[in-house]
Design a protein around this ligand. Structure first.
Ligand code: ADP
Ligand code: MG
Length: 441
């Protein structure tokens, strides 16, 4: 779970105070933002009375504030600090409690109704639908892969929503791969492997997001292999997502690669123009934003990287229209998205901009030097090259002293992870991205 920087939390509280003053209570300052995970911000209250008040009256206000502060669709849930020492829970309670607490947090917007289909995702979507109708029997496992922001989490959470709706008793566990591995390590350290196994091997549907994080975690891979076998042998459904197909996950054991390949492997591609238009209309409707057709076209034309960027553009446009009290028009869009154009960029431009912004030499970026002062900017270059160009991983590696595709993949993942945890990094990368866009190749 990523921590919430205090600046973001202050923005959230500030937004609630400004826009919903009648809801604000003195004890709001004692609320603790526990973290954010898979689009859900968790806020901890000191007692159950506070939590009841928040759930009953303030949920929408906090969701609105969190979305404004983070610039993306998120939801908010409240939890309570343990009020009094609870009675020692019995074994069964321990076993039963954790899966629900840890896996229940789905993003409420990630449903099939809100998922736009097009040539880029039709197969994956059809398979996901079929699995929701008959889990464990159609495609098992279901492995969906694609680059960042193309809808993997949305699609696999949509399956969970649909299954839970059709069968509220189904034990459908959605979890990030990082949570799985952390849970495993913790269980080993605490001598609680037995409970760990009970939790995972008892699921009817086990959904693990971003399994590329299993890379180089040998013991977690071993454990996952056995979990996988136990579940599939009794026809329980396994759903996995990753940013690349199974054989490209670095240092993934061969037996896991073959297990992952044994069901359906579906690919999410970049959306085409029409799909981007449909996504913009859908997201605008969800956010109650009035957006004329010529602006829909304009945004779809400008933003062709991924669906997350489309959403970011829409948020920016909406914020600008509100602060300037102007309706959303083509002119406003031009002004708001000027820096978000998707003109093709070259790796050399990226290297030059990173070198000058981060005070390193281009020749260092291309060298084999491993000092952090060089390797970090180099990883940022590789990250941006993957985001902003259509070059393959091998081609990108070629620009950096002939590094191989796994190095580029590793760099991309590392920066993606750091973007969640390093408060200043998103702004720094956004500035570099904007300068790259404005530099003539
Ligand atoms: P990933 O997990 O692949 O990085 P996400 O599932 O988090 O991507 O999607 C990023 C954003 O784009 C989310 O807000 C999601 O709702 C939106 N999105 C992605 N694909 C679609 C789609 N096909 N239809 C509607 N929204 C989508
Ligand atoms: Mg995801």
């Amino acid at each position: 779970m990523a921590t919430i920087p205090s600046s973001i939390w202050n923005d959230v509280l500030g937004h609630v105070k400004l826009n919903h003053p009648s809801l604000v209570r003195g004890w709001f300052t004692q609320l603790i933002p526990t973290g954010i995970d898979q689009g859900v911000m968790i806020v901890r209250a000191s007692n159950s009375a506070q939590s009841r008040y928040l759930v009953k009256h303030c949920r929408d206000a906090f969701i609105e504030a969190a979305q404004a502060a983070l610039g993306r669709l998120v939801t908010v849930e409240f939890e309570v600090t343990q009020e009094s020492p609870a009675q020692e829970p019995d074994d069964e309670a321990i076993l039963a409690f954790r899966p629900v607490a840890e896996t229940i947090r789905l993003n409420e917007h990630f449903t099939f109704d809100n998922f736009v289909t097009g040539p880029c995702n039709r197969l994956a979507h059809a398979a996901a639908r079929a699995i929701s109708d008959d889990p464990g029997r159609t495609y098992n496992p279901f492995f969906v892969h694609g680059s960042v922001g193309l809808g993997k989490t949305h699609l696999i959470q949509a399956i969970c929503h649909a299954i839970r709706e059709a069968n509220p008793d189904a034990k459908c566990h959605y979890i990030s791969c990082e949570m799985f591995t952390n849970d495993f390590i913790e269980s080993v350290e605490n001598g609680a492997l037995h409970q760990f196994r009970y939790r995972y091997r008892n699921a009817d549907i086990l959904v693990i997001d971003d399994v590329q994080f299993l890379a180089a975690r040998e013991r977690s891979q071993e454990e996952f292999f056995h979990t996988f076998n136990t579940l599939t042998q009794s026809q329980r459904q396994i759903i996995l997502s990753a940013d690349c197909p199974p054989p490209e996950i670095p240092s993934l054991e061969e037996r896991l690669v073959s297990r992952f390949n044994s069901g359906l492997v579906a690919f999410l591609d970049r959306p085409c123009f029409e799909t981007r238009m449909a996504i913009i209309r859908k997201k605008a409707k969800l956010r109650c934003i009035e957006i004329p057709e010529d602006v829909v076209r304009f945004v779809a034309d400008r933003i062709d990287t991924n669906n997350r960027d489309i959403e970011g553009a829409l948020v920016k446009l909406d914020a600008m229209s509100q602060t300037e009290s102007k309706p959303i028009t083509a002119e406003l869009a031009q002004e708001a998205l000027g820096t978000m154009s998707t003109r093709p960029v070259s790796v050399s431009t990226i290297m030059e901009v990173v070198a000058s912004s981060m005070n390193v030499k281009v020749s260092d970026l291309q060298s084999k030097r491993r000092a952090k002062s060089v390797s970090h900017p180099r990883q940022i270059c590789m990250f941006l090259a993957r985001e902003l160009t259509t070059l393959s991983l091998e081609q990108i590696g070629g620009y950096f002293g002939g590094r191989d595709h796994t190095t580029v993949l590793h760099a991309h993942r590392n920066i993606t992870k750091l973007l969640e945890t390093e408060p200043d990094l998103p702004t720094q990368i956004e500035e570099i991205r904007s300068r790259v866009r404005h530099t003539t190749n």
